[in-house]
Design a protein around this ligand. Sequence first.
Ligand code: BGC
Length: 750
Amino acid sequence: MADGWQAKWITDGDYIFKEKKTSPKPMTFRKKIGIIKPVKSATVYSTAVGIYNLYFNDKKIGRDYFAPGFTSYKNRLQYQVYDVTEYLVGGGSLIAVVGGGWAVGSFTHKRLNRIYARRQALLLELRITYEDGTAEIIGTDESWQVTEEGNFRFAEFYDGEIYDATVDLLSAGWKSAKTEKVGFKNITASYGCPVRSHEEFKPVNVFKSGSGEIVYDFGQNFSGVIKAEFCAKKGTKLVFRHSEILQNGELFTEALRSAKATVTYIAKEGRQSYSPSMTYMGFRYVGVSGIEEKDLELSALAIYSDMPVVGKFACSDERLNRLHDNVVWSAKSNFMDIPTDCPQRDERMGWTGDIAVFSSTAVFNFDTSRFFDKWLKDMRSDQGRSGGIPVIVPHIAIPGQFETMFKFPIDYWGDSCILVPWAEYRARGDVAVLRQNYPMMKKYLKACKRLAEAFSFGKRRRIWKFHHYGDWCAPDGNWKIWMGRGKWTATACLCNSSEIVAEIAGILGEEEDEKYFRRLSSETADAFRSVLTDGNGKLKNEFQTAYVLPVYYGIFEGKEKENALKNLVCLVKNGGYGIGTGFPGTPYVLFALADNGYSDEAYKMLLNESCPSWLYEVKAGATTIWERWDALKEDGSFNNKDAGDVMVSFNHYAGGAVGDFLYRRVLGLEAAAGGYKEFKVKPVLCREITSASGETDTPYGKIKAEWKTENGVFEINVKVPVGTRCLLTLPSGKEKILNSGNFNLREEYD
Ligand code: BGC
């Protein structure tokens, strides 16, 4: 019996799931509900080990996908609440299908399974209040029945779903459910953003491939499922395969690695419809076999966490608008109850480094407060005893991958515990997000400091070396080279994170801590300059990220900074204005240039269309952000640089961290205090972009900015909400303070 619940956890006690690298058979549970008097209200409280769908007779209850959601299950498990008053009329069967999901199903790139439990289980209470004032609780117990012979024959995030519509549940082989011991404590009402379906895409093109599949192109890469309506004979087998790209006119699935991303449907007789509900895919193309095109009406539903959209951005350059859309679509595709790395291959995990670098862009576009609140709770409980933040949250220890097993502090990935709450606070000004996460941040930074100090003397005690992911996904080299750059990225990161935590300590009134972390930051900056440079702004190992980070984080000053910038610009020019950065440098490279007198160079890089660049992807037809800058070669062919273990996703948001620059410099809108209580508007102009407009919702209301340059005049409109103050800087450098209201200003502009 779960605490506070009258119902008991139930399962199929005979089901022993032993197979490796796959998922268990979905369990279908049922209970007949007889209604003999008028119902006033009826509510279901339910959760599962696995993921579950609820039905009353044939009707699905609620709009959620993948309930109960993914949490650090051993620490907390969400339950859902559904009003079912209208469903109960006349009585019938309450049915729950429980798939393996994250808890029992195959998950992680090693395809572990039974990560949290040996098999699925269900906990449910139906609470009915009758018109006559009486009440009844029908809870899961041994009177429920269970079968693995329901319509869902298979369900898994990676491999897809098999649904047999010919199965008549009435004649399935039902047996009595047994009670199950489930060790999850803390069963708590759902507090995250439920995963729901959003946009519905119609195909923009349909054709028959050489191999005979009907290929549907939905014009957009995204996470979701198909929605099919068709006429078929009983027993017809329809197969839907998914992919992000085509190669030679066929679906290309090599990038999915072991994920089959395939849905199989066995038809009943006649007209019917089907949309998978216990899996999702990252795809743009669907290949269908088993039915004629004329008999099938196919669309697709985008599925992601239900977060309010709060930002808008547009400018005169359509390519940048597409880039912005790509950033937004990569965010939607990877906000799947937790922030994931990618939605298509055999990963889809809560890799912390990806969101660490993307969070400041994400908060512009969505109200991420609830979404991050849920995920950060898990991060807090999954923090290692010594302070390390797991590289995957919710944490999973992957045999053989020691940083996951030992929660080893790793630059940027671990720093997500600081960068994510900080981005959230800057956007929405809620001090609670800082207060709640502050102990975790402090403990983490102290762990980093200890590691940096180990086996080191003098200034080297502030060089944070050891195992890091470093310049992950930089366009040159491979993972060994990226990781080999860890000393540079990690030390700069430690300096920046300590500075942010000092600022947070100041906001929280922790004066001693503020001093402590400020000193740690400045000692780390000093060590960076002394140990990693020639003392004159030249790095001992030169790569774009190694310059970008210290420049952006203010590690260099005066002559050293000037020289460091010249060296960075030299690298950028020699690289033909191509991007040279991996995850850590990408969010800041344009700021490092544009904010320090090199805005022409920043725009040349932003508007560059040759590989590696953001617009190379756009020119190649990308509709989301790629994991690797050169995922496709110039001729459109797939670029597999990692012989064997392919690591090329077309939907990884980390490279989309440039979205922050679009808002903060192209449009020019930037928070100067948490929640935009004070904000700046200061566009960085260039010849090629002649107008920009955008907005963001703040706790004080909507801020809007819109500027254009025309016939030698710069004109700007700014909407300043009540209770906020805007510092506007015009192209001449003239500054104006704007209190609430709508403002229109003009200035001559050369
Ligand atoms: C993921 C990344 C992640 C990385 C760290 C990859 O396989 O897709 O985005 O952060 O591993 O090692």
